[in-house]
Design a protein around this ligand. Structure first.
Ligand SMILES: N[C@@H](CCC(=O)N[C@@H](CS)C(=O)NCC(=O)O)C(=O)O
Length: 278
């Protein structure tokens, strides 16, 4: 029995885009997501998109241009919000902590622990809800994301290779253990003991041999991205992959920044890459 409520429906790119809301047991709040499905009966292969800091379910939906490519490949797309929200939910005035900055972890620390359970939300509640409500094929599911959401996609896939057949990322945070965004968020959500962060660090997970079933991981990174040197550091995951004998392909794109203009430029290539694997 599905508890998914449809808030709005739009026809676009030869398919149907729905804005949806459902109750999450993990976050203890209503959560929003968008779902685009191709025409036809399905079941459709699908991709989960995880967005970055300050985003809601709407940023990727309106800015990436993904649905024309999704239609060409017959792949459905679900894009959830990036954190629990609401008056009873903890928040922080900074853009990189609290609402809009869930970091796809299950918080253990006050005041975040009661609702900030985005790891469980994505891996359990979201997948159960969309698999129950739409004609999707759970055996042909992939995941991708941007920045904080690239970190979410990488860590969630590496820890749950049985749930996903493919994983890629745009400008991901590859090692929260080694950047200011990660250190701030992990300290707040998981506490100062860094051992608790390793399970949420894509570079550490590659070093540990997690998710070896993925034949390749694709990362696109703009070279004019103002967060590249201080926060994103893709060379860290490249070095871990080289040491572990794993294929992590980082494509450095000259002149592109951190924005959705960059994502929109290469989203078609990511869709084709996933479609081959799904
Ligand atoms: N200083 C920026 C940092 C946040 C940022 O760049 N967010 C990226 C993801 S890490 C984003 O996708 N922003 C929303 C958008 O461009 O639509 C801000 O506050 O907007």
């Amino acid at each position: 029995m599905s508890n998914v409520e449809t808030l709005a429906t739009h026809r676009t790119q030869g398919g149907t885009l729905r804005y949806c809301r459902h109750d999450s047991a993990s976050t203890g709040t209503p959560m929003k997501f968008t779902m685009w499905t191709p025409d036809g009966e399905g079941p459709f292969p699908y991709l989960v998109w995880l967005s970055g800091l300050t985003c809601t379910e709407d940023n990727f939906t309106t800015k990436s241009g993904v649905y024309a490519h999704a239609a060409r490949h017959g792949v459905a797309i679900v894009a959830p919000d990036t954190s629990p929200r609401g008056e009873g939910v903890a928040d922080d005035p900074a853009y990189d902590l609290g609402q809009g900055a869930g970091f796809y972890v299950d918080a253990t620390q006050a005041p975040w622990a009661p609702h900030f359970k985005m790891y469980s939300y994505v891996t359990q509640d979201l997948l159960e809800a969309v698999d129950g409500a739409f004609p999707l094929d759970p055996a042909r599911r992939g995941i991708f994301g941007h920045s904080m959401g690239g970190h979410g996609a990488l860590t969630i896939a590496l820890r749950n290779p049985e749930l996903f057949k493919s994983v890629s990322a745009f400008s991901p945070i590859v090692s929260p253990l080694n950047c200011p965004w990660g250190e701030k968020a992990m300290t707040a959500y998981l506490g100062p003991a860094r051992a608790a962060w390793w399970a949420h660090d894509a570079t550490a997970l590659i070093e540990d041999g997690a998710g070896a079933a993925f034949d390749e991981i694709l990362i696109d990174q703009g070279l004019a991205d103002s967060f590249l040197e201080n926060q994103l550091k893709p060379q860290l995951i490249e070095a871990a992959a080289a040491k572990a004998g794993r294929r992590v392909t980082v494509r450095r794109q000259d002149g592109y920044d951190h924005s959705y203009f960059f994502i929109a430029t290469f989203i078609g290539e990511h869709m084709a890459w996933h479609a081959e694997r799904l």
